[in-house]
Every structure is written in C-alpha cells, then in structure tokens.
Design a protein around this ligand. Structure first.
Ligand code: HEC
Ligand SMILES: [Cu+2]
Length: 271
C-alpha cells in the first residue's frame, strides 16, 4: 500500500518535469538566458563610456568566442555576450570622472544584460522582430532577473534589429578587434562630433544661413532631432557617417538624439 503511494507520486513529478521541458522548448524567452555566473573572468572585449546615461559599461564574452570571431568565423551557437552596467562616478561638477586611460570610473553596479544564441532559439520570436537565433535577458548584479526589463523584452530585439548585418551585435567591431575608433573626429566651425553618446561641442553658435554637420564616431547609430514648432529629424547616422542641417532663422534650438533622448545639444543662430 505504502509503496504504491510513493510510486504514484514519483510518476506525477516526472510527468510535470517533462511538461515543463516541452513548454520551455515551445517558447524560448528571457527565462532561458541564464545569468552569466563568473563572467568577470571571461574576456572583457570592450569598455564603454556612456555620457547620456552617465554609465560605465564592460562588455564580456568567453575567450573562445572572442578568438573565433577574431579568426573571422561567425559568432558560434552557444555564444553568450554580457554587459556589466555601472553608474559612473561623478565629480563635484556632476561630470563623470575618468581614469588614466580615459575611461569612466566604476560606481554602483546596476545591471547585467545578456544575449545568448542557440540553434532554433529564434523560432519563438515573431518574424518582424526576430534577431536570428539570439535571445535576451536582463539581470540585477546579484543574479536576480530584472522582471520589469524582461517583461518588455521586445525592446531589446527592436533596438538590435537594425544591426542584422553584423549578427545583431552592436559591438561587433570591438568583439572582432577591428578598427577601434576608425571614424575620425571632425573639427572646425560648424562641425559637431557625436562620440561616447555626447554631442561635442554641446553648444554651437552660428550665423543665420549656416550649416551644422554632425559626424558619428560611435559604433552605435545616432539621430539628430531638433525640437521646436516643427520637429526636424536627420536620418539615422551610423559610425563614420555625417548629416547636416541648415539654420536660416535666428533663435536657440535645443536638440536631442532621437534614439538616445538623454543626449542633448543646442544651436544658437545669430544674425
Ligand atoms: C535603445 C536601444 C537598445 C535597447 C533597447 C537594448 N540595447 Fe543592447 N545594446 C544597445 C547598444 C547601443 C549596444 C552597444 C553597447 C552599448 O552602447 O552599451 C548594445 C549592446 C548590447 C550587448 C552587447 C553585445 C552587442 O550587441 O553589442 C548586449 C548583451 C545587450 N545589448 C543586451 C541587451 C538586452 C538584454 C536588452 C533588453 C533588456 C537590450 N540590449 C536592449 C542598444 C540597445
Ligand atoms: Cu544617440
């Protein structure tokens, strides 16, 4: 009698596990992208200063993945890429502090975002925003899932989607070790560089009728959006590309990046 009872329980548990495994296969999502335990010991292939959100970021992949990509191979299935996001330490003036190499200095750890690629993983994602076989997840630094970010996981796919040509990996140049900082910074009147998610100079004064040219130095795309009675949007500019706008009317024009609203600039047009 007792034995029979135990057996029944055992079968029920096994059945539940099998059903769970089947479901996980049917819809792969953030829950399947594990926290990358020990990632700090992987290869840090890029460091990033983000002025727009005052963050310092470290990008990690396993050494064998970095090696494969540097040998010109496609990113293999099973690859995991992780970003450790930190608040940047700020000086008394509110500007991020830099170390001797020019990187922002690590403050509080904020997030670990992860992307992982496995054969067939794209099948669960609607074709309109599918990123090949990549899946995404966001974690807090202690390894707990960031439920809020994971509930809006579509945003990860949509922002990486324009980078389909480089297997959806925005930092591919860093991973592949190709052309770091290949784009040259423009100089001279009427030129604004977009670098480290900052418009430089942030404030520019021109005479009416003059043109401002923005050149993107970052790996990430940017877009100048001038706010006013009518909103003016330039095309999205990729690394090394430029875009220009002519200012005919006197006034002060505030603008932001259409993709990263924390990036702000100002054009003053005088007579
Ligand atoms: C607003 C656009 C945007 C959204 C939304 C976004 N990313 Fe990214 N992601 C980027 C950019 C830009 C980079 C390049 C590195 C950087 O600037 O931090 C990047 C890089 C990454 C990388 C490093 C590999 C690579 O592609 O360069 C990972 C991992 C990553 N993102 C995960 C995520 C996850 C997980 C989410 C959703 C929770 C997400 N991303 C949402 C823009 C975005
Ligand atoms: Cu931008």
């Amino acid at each position: 009698m007792k034995l029979h009872h135990k057996l029944a329980v055992g079968v029920a548990v096994a059945g539940a596990i099998a059903a769970g495994a089947l479901m996980a296969q049917a819809t792969v999502g953030p829950k399947d992208v594990a926290f990358p335990t020990g990632f700090e010991k992987w290869e840090m292939y890029q460091q990033l200063n983000r002025h727009d959100v005052k963050q310092y970021r470290e990008l990690y992949a396993k050494p064998e993945i970095v090696k494969a990509v540097r040998e010109g191979k496609p990113i293999p299935n099973g690859a995991v890429l992780a970003i450790a996001v930190f608040a940047a330490q700020e000086g008394a003036d509110g500007k991020p502090l830099r170390d001797a190499k020019g990187n922002f200095i690590k403050g509080k750890p904020m997030l670990v975002t992860v992307m992982e690629k496995r054969a067939g993983w794209g099948n669960s994602v609607p074709a309109e925003w599918r990123n090949g076989d990549w899946q995404y997840a966001a974690y807090f630094p202690d390894g707990k899932p960031n439920e809020k970010a994971n509930a809006g996981i579509k945003a990860c796919f949509e922002c990486h989607l324009p980078h389909a040509k480089q297997d959806f990996v925005i930092s591919l140049a860093g991973l592949a070790g190709t052309a770091p900082g290949a784009a040259t910074r423009p100089s001279g009147a009427g030129n604004v560089a977009i670098a480290e998610f900052l418009f430089g100079p942030e404030k520019v004064t021109v005479k009416a009728g003059q043109t401002i040219t923005w050149t993107n130095i970052d790996d990430s795309p940017h877009q100048v959006t001038v706010q006013g009675a009518t909103t003016l949007r330039t095309p999205v500019v990729l690394k090394g590309q430029s875009t220009a706008l002519q200012f005919n009317d006197e006034g002060t024009y505030g603008y932001i990046c259409g993709l990263h609203p924390g990036m702000k600039g100002e054009i003053v047009v005088t007579k």
